[in-house]
Design a protein around this ligand. Structure first.
Ligand SMILES: CC(C)(COP(=O)(O)OP(=O)(O)OC[C@H]1O[C@@H](n2cnc3c(N)ncnc32)[C@H](O)[C@@H]1OP(=O)(O)O)[C@@H](O)C(=O)NCCC(=O)NCCS
Length: 210
């Protein structure tokens, strides 16, 4: 299946990944819902076509990345907690907003966990800003040109990186983002590394080297 790209985002994503992690994206396209394999589709039986389409698009991206690492047509079903199940030896993450799907993968040889999130490049509303950020983050809000949206995208990426390891729910107040240090510190004390792509969309990558 041909990849539908956002050229500007693609260029920015190239600079996002540290060595050992590969990232891809796709413009969500009508028909992407048909990319869900039977093992994957059962988790989306009650989902609207918009949701199935975005999840299908993310899996098209992930399968293209997996192909580069020598894995052919791998199903990525959802686990009980919602995280995708990757082939043995692969660590990865998926995300989508209303326009774009992204995926990031690496191998467990050099990666303990990885999380990715994508959001529209828009500022966060004042209501959401208070829900999503800690008082310390709000004191440094000028470090986020998107007034909280970068904190939001970073927290979701960090959550996705650690959930498959810790199986623990985290709220927005349980994760503190330091945009300068490019780190997320969880309430457990665990520190997750972060990288950001600011383009037509905001993308955060969170990762734990092994
Ligand atoms: C996991 C979560 C953050 C995903 O956010 P979202 O805005 O709904 O959707 P996104 O497009 O960003 O990501 C969806 C993908 O995340 C992945 N995902 C879902 N649950 C996951 C989990 N527990 N761990 C890791 N990845 C997960 C899936 O691959 C999913 O794609 P799929 O449905 O096509 O398989 C959200 O569903 C969730 O569980 N939130 C509760 C915890 C939270 O947000 N805390 C605040 C931040 S610390």
């Amino acid at each position: 299946m041909a990849l539908a790209h956002d050229q500007e985002l693609g260029l920015s994503l190239r600079t996002l990944a540290p060595p050992g992690i590969i990232i891809g994206h796709r413009l969500i396209t009508a028909g992407d819902e048909h990319a869900l394999l039977p093992e994957e589709a059962s988790a989306f039986e009650r989902s609207a076509v918009r949701v199935r389409r975005a999840s299908g698009a993310a899996r098209i991206v992930a399968r293209a990345l997996l192909h580069r690492l020598g894995h052919e047509m791998t199903a990525l079903p959802k686990s009980h907690g919602g995280a995708p199940i990757w082939p043995t030896g692969i660590v990865g993450s998926l995300a989508h907003d209303s326009r774009v799907a992204v995926a990031a993968i690496g191998t467990s040889e050099n990666l303990e966990g990885v999380g990715i999130d994508v959001e529209p490049a828009e500022i966060l509303s004042a209501d959401l800003l208070h829900l999503v950020t800690t008082p310390r983050e709000r004191a440094r809000i000028e470090s986020d040109p998107y007034r909280g949206r970068l904190f939001f995208v970073a927290k979701e990426a960090a959550y996705k990186a650690v959930y498959p390891l810790d199986h623990a729910f985290l709220g927005h107040q349980d994760v503190e983002i330091d945009l300068t240090a490019q780190e997320a510190t969880l309430r457990s004390g665990r520190v997750v590394k972060l990288r950001f792509c600011i383009s037509t969309h905001l993308v955060a990558l969170a990762f734990l080297p092994s």
